[in-house]
Design a binder for this molecule. Structure first.
Ligand code: AMP
Length: 305
């Protein structure tokens, strides 16, 4: 395997700098993940490899963003398979730190707060989730800064490499929040969003899909079907008639709908008046979340007309 695994920040900096120097690199890509990788993560890695000289992926299951200790314990951990997938995509370096490496003094006292944008939708069902997620993303973006490795020695001697980080559109609220954090707090990194990868039948790939029984997996297809219905109506410049799409989801007995709405893609504020009875206009994002059996699933699709 060509990909190299490191577990400490010090090794990440020295290996990152060595790779940049060796490749005379002018750009570095970072792909943050929690492991249990699938084709969705592979698409992030592929985009990063296409666009950068050196690519670092991170694998870290962040306790700070789990409200529920059982959910954290149950989160799948598949390091060997993850390394093989990342190696196959041409990733150079994998940083898979321990919890102590990331939080050496225990849980951090000072954190990133996600504000109003972090309190709605997923944030309403998972209080504190986005503060925890943004805090670790901030740390990972800093660990991965090419300048951090170069400052530690072994510099390329030239200008600072470009720095890009890759996030999936699948987690639309997380992506919107990461973009806001980077803009509001002036992080020196370009955020690249990657479209959602789906199974052939439409189900958005997720590490949690493995917990669905065959019947639940079949029932879960109603989420992507309902989104598709809205896409088609937006495309045809018809009213979205969200209520009928909601009724379709609610007709599936194994699915308990949490929310389903059409929002502004940047602010995630509802675009109610734009979609009920008049033809849909402009740019929107349809967001959906539901429990299918015991598994909470989220999905979304961009709308434009
Ligand atoms: P996770 O390991 O679930 O934290 O996800 C790591 C990154 O992969 C996040 O930026 C996700 O949005 C992205 N991701 C997860 N599933 C998909 C998917 N089906 N398509 C595209 N990106 C995804």
């Amino acid at each position: 395997m060509a990909v190299k695994l490191v577990t400490t920040v010090q090794e990440l900096h020295s290996e990152g700098a060595r790779l940049l120097a060796g490749k005379r690199g002018t750009s570095q890509g970072l792909v943050p993940t929690m492991g249990a990788l699938h084709e969705g993560h592979a698409a992030l890695a592929r985009a990063a490899v296409e666009q950068n000289d050196v690519v670092v992926a991170t694998i870290f299951v962040n306790p700070l963003q789990f409200g529920d200790a059982v959910d954290l314990d149950r989160y799948p951990r598949t390091l060997e398979a993850d390394l093989a997938l990342l190696d196959g995509e041409g990733v150079d370096l994998v940083f898979a730190p321990s919890v102590d490496e990331v939080y050496p003094g225990g849980e951090p006292l000072v954190r990133v707060t996600s504000g109003r944008l972090g309190e709605k939708w997923e944030g309403a069902s998972r209080p504190g989730h986005f503060d925890g997620a943004l805090t670790v993303v901030a740390k990972l973006l800093h660990y991965g800064l090419p300048a951090a490795g170069l400052a530690a020695g072994d510099g390329t001697g030239g200008g600072l490499p470009a720095y890009r980080a890759y996030f999936g559109q699948k987690d639309a609220q997380q992506l919107a929040l990461v973009r806001r954090m980077v803009a509001d707090l002036n992080f020196p990194v370009e955020i690249v969003g990657v479209p959602t990868v789906r199974a052939a039948d439409g189900l958005a790939l997720s590490s949690r899909n493995r917990f669905l029984s065959p019947e639940e997996r079949e029932a879960a297809l109603v989420l992507s079907r309902a989104l598709r219905l809205l896409e088609e109506r937006a495309h045809a410049r018809e009213p979205l008639d969200l209520e009928s799409a909601q009724a379709l989801v609610e007709s599936q007995p194994l699915v308990a709908l949490d929310y389903f709405d059409v929002v502004d893609p940047a602010t995630l504020e509802p675009l109610a008046e734009n979609c009920r009875e008049t033809p849909f206009r402009g740019e929107g994002l349809a967001l959906i979340a539901a429990k299918v059996g015991p598994v909470r699933l989220i999905d979304n699709t961009p709308l434009s007309s």
